[in-house]
Design a protein around this ligand. Structure first.
Ligand SMILES: Cc1cc2nc3c(=O)[nH]c(=O)nc-3n(C[C@H](O)[C@H](O)[C@H](O)COP(=O)(O)OP(=O)(O)OC[C@H]3O[C@@H](n4cnc5c(N)ncnc54)[C@H](O)[C@@H]3O)c2cc1C
Length: 328
């Protein structure tokens, strides 16, 4: 579609970090384009309706643009409002609902193919996050419509028998919120105790479990799902419970096949860590960079918005330095 333009940078992903890369490129006077397969900050849009960030607003800021927020920790709507205002204020060059399918090197540029066209770019930034691919349970019945890997609005589960699978933040939020909105909640946790949960949520959940208001099976696992019931293996034997919905809050993982299709090398171990230079964020492919939470591979608890904002600065600094070196 736009092969007559060769961008200095094409950024795949309009999440917080993709936007931060766009702001840095704009600041450096470069031509750039940000492309996203969904809406602006699509991952945040798919977060739970009442989700509150564990970061304070200042630690979610990008491009030095203040995030004014009444509460110390912003919620999902406030964060989306902020990133929309950033995109508007700086008139960022973004194309939404356009999926990047692949890219090919062509002379000293890349030809990037999307669901709506093709683009040429000297540099490509891959800032695709990991929220698009849930970690599956691999349990019979997981494909039933009642099984959800994304939790949104607690109201939906009023007077429903809900099984929450998981031990961390998302499971804790889903269990407490749905219970408070009238669901009959049972949790199944593989470990003998709850995982790393926000300090203001954990005591609340522990007290609900102690009071028997939320039933929790520790050191247990879900072994089967059917339309109206679930099977759980517990230390005291196998049990079957009546059930309406399963909220599988078991985390997410990068789309490794997409990275490999682009030609980005991954470590052969279980973590499948993408290969990049931590000083420049450049990958094994020349002029192709990684940015944001995608950088952790399967270790999705290393990078957050807070600490991956710096990737944008490193990338643009390196591209500027490289361009200057070529002028000499
Ligand atoms: C419930 C929850 C709470 C969190 N709380 C915090 C917090 O308090 N503080 C914090 O710092 N972090 C927090 N995080 C982590 C952080 O919000 C995210 O991981 C953040 O979204 C990372 O930004 P990103 O730009 O790297 O990736 P993402 O926001 O995931 O953006 C990636 C974008 O790439 C797009 N994309 C993917 N593939 C393609 C393709 N092929 N073509 C085009 N577009 C594509 C996606 O649509 C998406 O919009 C939280 C995460 C979750 C799930």
């Amino acid at each position: 579609m736009q092969l007559n333009t060769t961008y200095d940078i094409l950024i795949i992903g309009a999440g917080p970090i993709g936007l931060a890369c766009g702001l840095e490129a704009q600041q450096a006077g470069m031509s750039y384009l940000i492309v996203d397969k969904g809406c602006l900050v699509n991952s945040l849009y798919n977060y739970p309706l009442n989700m509150t960030f564990f970061s304070t607003a200042d630690r979610l800021e990008i491009g030095g643009i203040p995030f004014a927020c009444i509460h110390p920790k912003p919620n999902r709507s406030e964060a989306m409002e902020y990133y929309r205002r950033v995109a508007d204020t700086r008139k960022l060059n973004i194309r939404l609902f356009e999926e990047v399918w692949g890219m090919e090197p062509e002379d000293d540029v890349y030809r990037v193919t999307t669901s709506k066209g093709r683009y040429l770019a000297r540099n490509v930034v891959v800032a695709v996050g990991f929220y698009g691919k849930p970690n599956l349970l691999h349990v019979p019945g997981e494909d039933l419509a009642k099984v959800r890997h994304y939790y949104f609005d607690p109201h939906y589960y009023y007077r429903q028998k809900v099984l929450v699978v998981g031990a961390n933040n998302s499971a804790a939020d889903a269990a407490l919120e749905t219970w408070r909105r009238g669901a009959d909640v049972t949790m199944v946790v593989r470990q003998p105790e709850l995982g790393s949960i926000k300090y203001w949520t954990k005591p609340d959940l522990e007290n609900r479990i102690k009071a028997g208001e939320i039933k929790c099976y520790f050191s247990s696992s879900l072994t089967g799902i059917r339309e109206q019931e679930v099977d759980i293996q517990t230390p005291d034997g196998n049990i079957t419970l009546e059930n309406d919905f399963v909220l599988a809050m078991t985390g997410y993982q990068p789309d490794f096949s997409f990275l490999e299709q682009l030609g980005i090398a991954l470590t052969p171990d279980a973590n499948r860590h993408p290969q990049y230079d931590p000083d420049t964020m450049e990958t094994n492919l020349p002029n192709v960079y990684l940015a944001g939470v995608i950088c952790g591979g399967m270790n999705t608890h290393v990078w957050f918005i807070e600490n991956s904002r710096e990737h944008a600065v490193k990338i643009v600094q390196h591209i500027v330095k490289e361009a200057k070196a070529q002028e000499v």
